[in-house]
Design a binder for this molecule. Structure first.
Ligand SMILES: [Zn+2]
Length: 269
């Protein structure tokens, strides 16, 4: 989506994710007077949570935006500042291995968390298990979706409930790793798997409680995101605004204030 001087990209097409040159895509010639700022999606989501706090849960301290969708990742905010790491991907929790003998992941590691609790893994698990109970309504559909599985689970379909339980177990393992790495005040479970709502959250909490020190468990608030709309898109705007507020001179260099000037090179944050 492009609106005047700000270009917001919520996500790239799957096929376009590899071997693309952002430098040529956002070349100086095409965007002569526009500052280009690039951020990791989970970091943008984390900033959106912090800035907009849609859930009104009074965010403070360390907040982790635990993105569990087709991919799994996290954005970490420490008192309003995103912890980016060296290349902007500090909390790639989806590529923490939970089974060193597990299947090979695209990142080169084995048994990465993403392979067990992403929405794709959730659907795959349902496809593999639905035939174990011919009464499951999951068998009535050719193509499954995360929405459908959650919906049937809430209706009491046993296989669908088992799918939610399995995904929630692995999401809990992700939360445990997040807690031990970042000692957060709040973990917000976001994106497609957040649609599991209270049913999913209850199982996540049960499993987290068993696996972390009780003092840490009592300190952390684990919630399901209730952000309406595209939190990453809001986050993209928040990233751009945050960047400009921290570097007000950049605005003088754009045409926003009618000055003929130049764009900076792409900055990844
Ligand atoms: Zn991996």
């Amino acid at each position: 989506m492009r609106e005047k001087e700000i270009l917001l990209i919520s996500e790239l097409d799957n096929k376009a994710r590899r071997n693309i040159s952002l430098n040529s895509l956002f070349s100086r010639e095409k965007f002569e007077n526009i500052p280009i700022i690039i951020s990791h999606d989970a970091n943008a989501g984390a900033l959106a949570d912090w800035w907009f706090d849609i859930e009104k849960i009074d965010l403070k301290g360390v907040v982790v935006h635990f993105l569990v969708g087709e991919g799994v990742g996290a954005g970490v905010i420490n008192n309003g500042v995103v912890f980016t790491g060296s290349c902007g991907v500090a909390a790639e929790i989806g590529h923490v291995s939970i089974d060193h003998e597990g299947p090979l992941c695209v990142c080169g590691n084995n048994g990465c968390l993403e392979m067990y609790c992403s929405s794709l893994a959730f659907i795959r698990y349902a496809e593999e298990h639905r035939r174990t109970n011919k009464n499951s309504k999951l068998n009535n559909e050719i193509r499954l979706s995360a929405d459908l599985i959650f919906s049937l689970a809430k209706e009491g379909d046993e296989i669908a409930m088992e799918c939610v339980k399995n995904a929630a177990y692995f999401i809990a393992l992700g939360c445990v790793n997040i807690i031990n790495c970042y000692n957060p005040d709040t973990i917000i479970i976001c994106n497609e798997m957040a649609k599991g709502g209270a049913m999913l959250l209850e199982i996540v909490k049960e499993n987290v409680k068993k696996r972390v020190l009780s003092t840490l468990y009592e300190k952390v608030d684990i919630v399901i995101s209730s952000f309406k709309g595209d939190d990453i898109l809001f986050g993209a705007a928040a990233v751009a605004i945050d960047y400009c507020l921290k570097r007000p001179n950049i605005l003088k260099k754009t045409t926003i204030f009618g000055e003929k000037s130049y764009a900076k090179n792409i900055e990844a944050i």
